[in-house]
Design a binder for this molecule. Sequence first.
Ligand SMILES: *Cc1c(COP(=O)(O)O)cnc(C)c1O
Ligand code: SF4
Length: 455
Amino acid sequence: MKEYRSYTLRNFREIPQVKSYLSEEEIFDIEVVGNVLPFKANNYVVNQLIDWDNYLEDPIFILTFPQKDMLRPKHYEEMARALRSGARKPELKLVANKIRMELNPHPAGQLAHNVPLIEDVKLTGVQHKYRETMLFFPSQGQTCHAYCTFCFRWPQFVGMNELKFAMRDTELIIKYLRANPRVTDILFTGGDPLIMKTKILHKYIEALIDAQIPNLKTIRLGTKALSYWPQRFVTDNDADELLALFERAGKAGIHIAFMAHFNHPKELSTKIAAQAIRRIRNTGAVIRTQSPVMRNINDNARDWAAMWQKQVELGAIPYYMFIARDTGAQHYFAVELERAWRIFRQAYQQVSGIARTVRGPSMSAGPGKVQVLGVSEIGNEKVFTLQFLQGRNPNWVSRPFFAKYDPKAIWLDDLYPAFGKERFFFEDEYPLERKARLRPRPARWRALKQSETAS
Ligand SMILES: *Cc1c(COP(=O)(O)O)cnc(C)c1O
Ligand code: SF4
C-alpha cells in the first residue's frame, strides 16, 4: 500500500468495507455528522487499522468515522432534516455553522490568545504560551492524513478559522527567537506538519539551522503520521530525504523531537509503523508519545498499559496523557477527571519504571497544563489534588493545589477551590471563566481578561 488515498464525505461510499458492512442508516449517520464535524480517513487506516468484523466497537473506526451520537440529538435532527429535504450546499453550510457555533469552537482561546508580536508585526501562525516553547503553524501543514473525530482543532478543518502564514515569515520567527532567548524549543504543529512534502519542511528547518540561534536547542514535530500514514517515513518518494533532514539537524546540534500522537495500541501493531519508528530513531531523532483519554476509544487501563509497553519496546518515550477538551463532541468522549486519574493510575502501576516517564492525566486549559494528581482526603474534606505541569506563569508549576471533590467534573472550569477558599492561587493573575455556571465577575478581572495577550 504505497499510494495514499484519502476518503471523505465525497467518496466514502466507495470504500469496499463500507459497502459490505454498513447499513444505509449508518451511512446516513456518517453523512449527517460529517456535514458538521470534519471527516477524513485513508486507505491505510481503512485496510490495516480498522477491524471491520467488529466495526461498531472498533476504536480506530470510532476515532476516524463520524458516529451518530457525536452530535446531540437536537443537532443531529437539524442536520438530518436538512439533508432529507434535499438542501443544497450553501443551505447545509448555514445549518452546519449554526450547530458548530454551539460546540465551543474556540476552547482555551486557541488562536486569538498568545499570538506574539515582533517589530509591531503580529505573528499569526505562532502561539507562545509557555516560556520555553513556541508553537509554529506552517501554512502548508494545516491538514492531516486522516482526522480524529475528537480533534479540538476541528473548526480549522471545516474552514471556521483558517490560518494564513506565508513562507517568508521564517525570517520573523528567527527574529522572534533571537529576541526571546528563553525559548529553547520550536514546536511545528498543525494539523500535521508531516503532511508537508520534504521540500517544504526542508526550507523551514534549514532556515532555522542556518540561523544558528544560540538558544534554539530543539525542533519538535507534533504529528500523527506514525499512526495515520507511516509510509511517510518508509515508502513515500521523499521519505529518505526527510530522514536525511533529521540527521542533518542532529549533526548541527539541534535535537529533533517527535511528539507522536498515538491513541491506541492498535496503531503500533503494523509492520510499517514499527519500521517507520526504527527509521526515525536511526537518524538520532527521539520519539515521545501523547494522547488524550477518550471514552469509546481508549478509556481503560489495559489499552494504556499495552500502549506504553509497546512504545518503550519500539524505543518511543511515553510523555503525556491528556483529558478530553471542552469542545466539539466532548459529551461523547469526555471521561470524568476522577475516572481519568483511575485509568492513569491503574495503567501506570502495570508498567515498569521505563514507561513511567508519562505524566497525566492533564488538562490543557487556559492557565496551563493541569495534572490531576489524585483524589485525596484531607481532614474531613474529599478533594482533588492538582498541579501545573506547565503554566502561563512558570512559577505556578509543581505546586500542589486543591479543589473540592466533584465526581462529575470533567474540566478545570467545573472545579472550585477546597477548604472554603474563594479562588485558586493562580486566579489573581488568571481568573477562570466558568461557562457552565456563569457568575458575575469583578470589573478588575474582566479588564485583565481583555488585555491578555502573549505571555
Ligand atoms: C503542551 C504545550 C506546549 C509544550 O509543553 P511541554 O510540556 O514542554 O511539552 C507548548 N505550548 C503549548 C500551547 C502547549 O499546549
Ligand atoms: S492528527 Fe492531530 S490535528 Fe489532526 S485531526 Fe488528529 S488530533 Fe487533530
